[in-house]
Design a protein around this ligand. Structure first.
Ligand SMILES: NC(=O)c1ccc[n+]([C@@H]2O[C@H](COP(=O)([O-])OP(=O)(O)OC[C@H]3O[C@@H](n4cnc5c(N)ncnc54)[C@H](O)[C@@H]3O)[C@@H](O)[C@H]2O)c1
Length: 359
C-alpha cells in the first residue's frame, strides 16, 4: 500500500551539500518527498529543482519555512546562517537536519539547543561518518565492552594541499567560524567522542597555525577560489582534549601541510582490553588472546548502501517515531564548545575549561 504519510522536505541551500541531500532523499520515495528548495542564488535552486524533480522553488528561506507542505527542513548553507535559519525553522514547528558544524560557535549552538528543547522538533546534525559501515562495526564492539575502558584516542585528517574555496565563505572567519578545525576537524571530533562512548569534555589545550592560506598557498580542488576575497582562518590545528572521566583525545587536522599524508581521516581508540583503528573506510580491531595479539580486519560489505542513505533514513525515522537523533543538538553543542575552547587556547596559550553553562 502506498505511504500516505510521507514526510515533506524543503531544502535551504542548493550548493554542494544541498545537492547531495537532494540526491539522497529523492531516492527514499516510499518515506518522503522533497516539495521545495531555495538558495540565495535562485538559478542554482532552479537547476537542482529540475535535476531532482522538486516541484517548488521558494523565493527565500523564510518563504520555504512558511510553506504548509514542508514538514522538515534541510539546511546546507554557510556556517554563519546555521543558527538563524535553524531557529526560525524550529520556531515554525519544522523538523531540522542541519549541516555541520551545528553552530558557527558555542553561543550559536546554545541558542539552537535551547530552541530545540522548547519545541517538539527533531533537530539533527549532518555527521554522516557516524553511519559509515566500519565506525558502526567499531561502535558495536565498544558497546559490547570488547575494548574495555577507552582511556585515550587519537584522531585526525591531514590534507597536504586542500584549502577549499580560497577567498569564499570557507576561508573567512565571520562566515565559517574557522578553517580545517571547524570544517573537517568537527567530523573527527564528533566521531571520536561517539566511539569513545560520549565522555564529557572538560578542558582543552590547543594551537592553530596559518602558514599557507594567507600567502595563497596550499590551495585544493574543492570550491572555486575568489581571489578578491580574504583568508583569516587557520590551516592547521592540534589539540589535546581532556574528559571528565580522565580519558583524553588528541585531534590534529590540516587543510595544508608539508607532510607525507594521503588525505585520509583516521581514529585510533586505545582501551584497557583492546583497541580499534579506523582509516578512511577501513578498520581493525586489536585484541589479544593467551598474550598474543589478534588483528581483525573490518571493512564494509560489497553491497553497502552507504552512510548517507542511513543518515537520511535515521532523520526520517526520528520524525516518524518521535526519537532523539544520535547526532542530537546536544552532541552538536558539545562539538562547538570543544572547538571554541581550542581556538581560545590557541589565542591565550593556556589550557581552557569548557563553558558548560547552557544559558
Ligand atoms: N557533511 C559534510 O560532509 C559536508 C560537506 C560539505 C559541506 N558541508 C556543510 O554544508 C554547508 C554548506 O557547504 P557547501 O559545501 O554546500 O557550500 P556551498 O558554498 O557549495 O553552498 C552553499 C549554498 O548556500 C547558499 N546560501 C548562502 N547563504 C544563504 C542563505 N542565507 N540562504 C539561502 N542560501 C544561502 C549559497 O548561494 C550556496 O549555493 C556548510 O555548513 C558546510 O560545512 C558538510
Amino acid at each position: 500500500m502506498a505511504n500516505t504519510n510521507k514526510i515533506r522536505i524543503g531544502i535551504i541551500g542548493a550548493g554542494n551539500i544541498g545537492g547531495v541531500h537532494a540526491g539522497e532523499f529523492s531516492k527514499l520515495t516510499d518515506l518522503c518527498e522533497i516539495t521545495a528548495i531555495t538558495d540565495a542564488y535562485l538559478p542554482l535552486a532552479e537547476e537542482k529543482a529540475k535535476q531532482y524533480s522538486i516541484a517548488n522553488v521558494a523565493a527565500s528561506p523564510e518563504e520555504l519555512i512558511r510553506r504548509p507542505d514542508v514538514d522538515a527542513v534541510i539546511i546546507g548553507v554557510p556556517n554563519q546562517f546555521h543558527a538563524p535559519l535553524a531557529i526560525q525553522a524550529i520556531d515554525a514547528g519544522k523538523h531540522v537536519l542541519l549541516e555541520k558544524p551545528m553552530g558557527i560557535n558555542g553561543d550559536a549552538a546554545r541558542q539552537i539547543l535551547k530552541a530545540s528543547q522548547a519545541s517538539n522538533s527533531v533537530v539533527m546534525v549532518g555527521h554522516q561518518m557516524r553511519w559509515e559501515s566500519v565506525p558502526m562495526q567499531i561502535k558495536e564492539q565498544v558497546d559490547r565492552g570488547e575494548l574495555g575502558k577507552i582511556y585515550t584516542a587519537k584522531t585526525g585528517w591531514f590534507r597536504r594541499k586542500g584549502i577549499p574555496g580560497w577567498g569564499t565563505w570557507f576561508t573567512q572567519m565571520d562566515q565559517s567560524g574557522g578553517g580545517p578545525l571547524i570544517d573537517i576537524g568537527v567530523h573527527m571530533l564528533d566521531l571520536a567522542l561517539y566511539l569513545m562512548g560520549n565522555p564529557k569534555p572538560v578542558s582543552v589545550y590547543g594551537a592553530t597555525y596559518a602558514e599557507f592560506g594567507p600567502s595563497r598557498k596550499g590551495i585544493g580542488t574543492w570550491g572555486k577560489p575568489n581571489w578578491n576575497g580574504t583568508y583569516d582562518v587557520e590551516d592547521l590545528a592540534t589539540a589535546l582534549i581532556k574528559m571528565e572521566d580522565g580519558s583524553t583525545l588528541s585531534l590534529e587536522v590540516s587543510w595544508a601541510v608539508h607532510m607525507d599524508t594521503d588525505n585520509t581521516p583516521f581514529i585510533h581508540l586505545m582501551g584497557s582490553e583492546g583497541g580499534a583503528s579506523y582509516r578512511g573506510g577501513q578498520g581493525k580491531l586489536l585484541t589479544e588472546k593467551f598474550d598474543r595479539p589478534i588483528e581483525t580486519e573490518l571493512r564494509k560489505a560489497d553491497n553497502d548502501e552507504g552512510e548517507r542513505a542511513r543518515l537520511s533514513r535515521h532523520f526520517l525515522d526520528c520524525i516518524s517515531e518521535g526519537k532523539q537523533p544520535i547526532t542530537s543538538a546536544l552532541s552538536g553543542l558539545t562539538n562547538n564548545l570543544v572547538l571554541d575552547a581550542i581556538y581560545e587556547s590557541s589565542r591565550t596559550g593556556n589550557e581552557v575549561k569548557l563553558d558548560w553553562n547552557l544559558n
